[in-house]
Design a binder for this molecule. Sequence first.
Ligand code: ADP
Ligand code: ASP
Ligand code: MG
Length: 435
Amino acid sequence: MMVLKFGGTSVGSADRIKKVASLVTEGEEKLVVLSAMSSTTNSLVKIANYLFEKKNDLAAQLIEGLRLQYFSVVKELFEKASSQEKMKELINSHFDFLTGFTQDSFTIHEEKAVLAQGELISTALLHYYLEEHGVQSCLLPALQFMRIDKDLEPDHYYIKENLSRLRKEHGECKLYITQGFICRNAYGEIDNLKRGGSDYTASLVGVALEADEVQIWTDIDGMHNNDPRVVEETNPIKQLSFDEAAELAYFGAKILHPSSILPAKNANIPVRLKSTLSPSSPGTLITKNADGGGVKAIAAKDGINAIKINSGRMLLAYGFLRKVFEIFELYKTPIDMITTSEVAVSVTIDDATQLKNIQQELEKYGAVEVDTDQTIICVVGDFIKNEKGIAADILDKLRTIPIRMISYGGSNHNISFLINTSDKEKALKSLNQLF
Ligand code: ADP
Ligand code: ASP
Ligand code: MG
């Protein structure tokens, strides 16, 4: 069994959907996970915001614009008039659901249901396109098997049991299709796995199905060694270990959802990154062990807040760090980086929703300083054990950039720096000379 996930660009037009159909039709048994067509989820976020702000006219305008866009996709994708009619009806049912909120009440609880429409539509488009061309596929509704628990963590047992139940109900089927991103929460409400979450769906179903491989098909030929949105000369990396890929995903390589590697790593399922624009390119293979030492890749994560707690004598006392960490635990805020000195400790967080509360609690233990608009630059490779002088080479490239924090030695494959976001471009370009 293979799991193939296609992202927004890969299903972003009628032509692209046809291309996906051609990639999934032949070969062994597979489950195809689809994202919403590109920019749909952004539009749905806007619609939900307008509805929340009671700007119902603006929401209605956006909904009708999107409805027309989907009508033109249907016209291009389907040949038979009967298929076009059937699909228009289906599109209408989704858009009438959205329009309903502009005429009636809308609460923030319904936001996730609005955001779910993109994946529900894209999967229906592929399923019925295949049907029109005589290819049998089975649509497995993600809302009937993907679930997160009350801590917003995937409920692996529920996912496995229900996915297997749904497959049995379908009987013989070689090609399954399901929605990425969307799920239900512990209360049975529609929820999602956060933006970009279709990659996470793919690895979770890959684990549940004990798949041979999870393939993430996107608009670029694999994980590049630097951020292609910022640096011009970047190259795809042939092989990465799960740990290296997880670090890059977590620290800003947008090609993968930050949580998507861990389930595959735990189940030892290879993850392959491929391009729908260039299917014959080898892409990147992510497995337990990967070849190659030295610096492999660089990523950057913006929107970081650095918090420094100056605590003089207290810092050296045992139990002090535990007290500090407990505050972050209380407010369910993960720490990304940490550095300590005799008189102060600095940590970084990217989720600032509880920053004020955290700051208030920390002030009981010392003077607290917060720096916003920070970026973590993460250099990934297999270097600490094997090669001398690499840290010096890396630092040399950052010679002209003020560095707020350095984290080295936490693992064998990551050196991270905290810098001002305004220096990010310069840092990434300069570090690119390492390749
Ligand atoms: P999809 O819609 O298929 O999920 P995404 O936009 O989420 O695609 O991810 C692919 C994009 O990730 C690429 O177009 C690229 O701009 C961006 N990206 C950022 N860092 C990297 C990197 N290190 N390697 C490859 N792509 C990257
Ligand atoms: N459609 C969702 C998003 O845009 C999920 C995904 O594309 O992975 O965030
Ligand atoms: Mg993505």
